[in-house]
Write a protein that binds this ligand. Sequence first.
Ligand code: FES
Length: 122
Amino acid sequence: MPEIFVAKVSQFPDGERRIVAHAGCEIGVFHWQGKFFAYENRCLHQGGPACEGVIMHKVEDVIAADRTWQGQKFASEEVHFVCPWHGYEYDLRTGECAANRRLKLKSFEVKRRGEDVYVIAG
Ligand code: FES
């Protein structure tokens, strides 16, 4: 399977992403908390560039013991990227659509060889 060069690790800081192209397909590669994740840059809604959207922690409702709504906060662990066209949110670590976990972006393996990061297209 073809290996597509993404970047040198030194030029791909944690928290950033790169978009690479291969055979008519774009792939979004994320560097997040020391790991790499890669997904097809094609939103499951209407084909927008999902991987190019803002990265943000999941927003959670805060519900008190008496079941009243107390506001919202950012989750500490779960991180999403948000399709810039209409706002579909995807879990950065799984590619799953946050609103419907049965929907999932096509994922790709990412390999690191020394200082070089590759995505395995196939
Ligand atoms: S195309 Fe991504 S939310 Fe509509």
